[in-house]
Design a protein around this ligand. Structure first.
Ligand SMILES: Nc1ncnc2c1ncn2[C@@H]1O[C@H](COP(=O)(O)OP(=O)(O)O)[C@@H](O)[C@H]1O
Ligand SMILES: [Mg+2]
Length: 287
């Protein structure tokens, strides 16, 4: 399979599992601690590498020790890191994921870790079989990457600006429940609403739209078909990274030529395999 490029966030993830989050002046013991390569871009790239894709990561870390360690970790995960930018005078992003009754994130993501247009490896993007653009980057930069791509363009999330321009060059759009409402401008109360919202978004460009519906599952809509896939019957520990694993698997399957329905099922299997453990790092080796 030709190379897949992922454009997105890279951060150090610190995951702390506690029984209860203390109030002001309180203390709580940490039951489990995990420190890992994280950020949505890196998570998607890890998932793709685990599935067997050749993948290149485009994102920014600082010139600090943590940045060096994250790049080494990504390399050990089988990800190409030649296009990861090391920004001088900028601390590598840190995300603390406190898992108790659901997640709480504490994020330290300085402006310097956002991608700039001059950071984009245009040659690499032009050559890629697929380019995943995770939309937590400045919309202008996301658009530059999406427009440079000749292969399949996969967008994850909802852009703050340039919605029409980004949708016009997207082949696949995937969004969580809230992002789906933002993208479509509709309230989504169930699978039927989500399908209608996805059809609306499809009319603006993409050939496949996947929306998560909280508590229900994921809907997939494409030119001549649609599918509603319920959530997997697994014990959910932390939904963090579920979307990243989903995007990785969806992109992987479509790139190798799976039908939309088969790609959809692999995507939900991948998210189901990721929400069973704390932290966002996918575990797709058995998917
Ligand atoms: N039990 C489950 N089985 C399969 N998928 C699940 C399950 N629980 C949650 N998911 C999926 O995980 C994804 C979480 O997405 P999102 O909130 O975007 O995560 P993140 O942005 O942290 O990666 C959604 O698509 C959701 O449907
Ligand atoms: Mg998400």
């Amino acid at each position: 399979m030709d190379e897949i490029v992922v454009v997105g966030q890279i951060a150090r993830d610190l995951v702390l599992v506690v029984d209860e989050v203390p109030g002001p002046g309180g203390t709580a013991p940490v039951r489990e601690r995990r420190e890992m390569l994280g950020g949505k871009g890196a998570n998607i790239a890890v998932g793709l590498a685990q599935l067997g894709a050749a993948v290149q990561l485009v994102g920014v870390v600082g010139e600090d020790d943590v940045g060096g360690r994250l790049i080494a970790r990504a390399g050990a995960d089988g990800i190409g890191t030649g296009a990861v930018v090391r920004r001088p005078d900028c601390a590598t992003g840190l995300i603390v994921d406190v898992v108790a009754d659901g997640w709480r994130y504490l994020e330290d993501l300085p402006d310097g870790v956002l991608l700039r247009e001059e950071d984009l490896p245009i040659d690499l993007i032009e050559r890629a079989a697929a380019v995943v653009v995770q939309l937590q980057q400045p919309p202008e930069v996301a658009l530059r990457a999406a427009r440079a791509a000749h292969g399949r363009v996969v967008l994850d999330g909802a852009p703050e600006r340039l919605r029409a321009e980004l949708l016009a060059c997207a082949d696949v759009v995937r969004a969580d429940h809230l992002e789906a409402e933002l993208l479509s401008g509709r309230k989504i109360a169930g699978a039927e609403d989500a399908v209608a919202a996805a059809r609306d978004v499809m009319a603006d460009g993409p050939g496949l739209v996947a929306f998560a519906v909280d508590g229900v599952g994921n809907v997939f809509v494409w030119d001549d078909g649609q599918l509603v896939v319920p959530l997997g019957d697994v014990e959910v520990v932390d939904t963090t990274g579920g979307g990243d694993a989903f995007v990785a698997a969806l992109t992987f399957a479509l790139t190798r030529g799976d039908s939309p329905a088969d790609a959809a099922r692999l995507a939900v299997k991948a998210s189901g395999a990721t929400v069973t453990h704390p932290g966002g790092r996918p575990d797709l080796t058995r998917c």
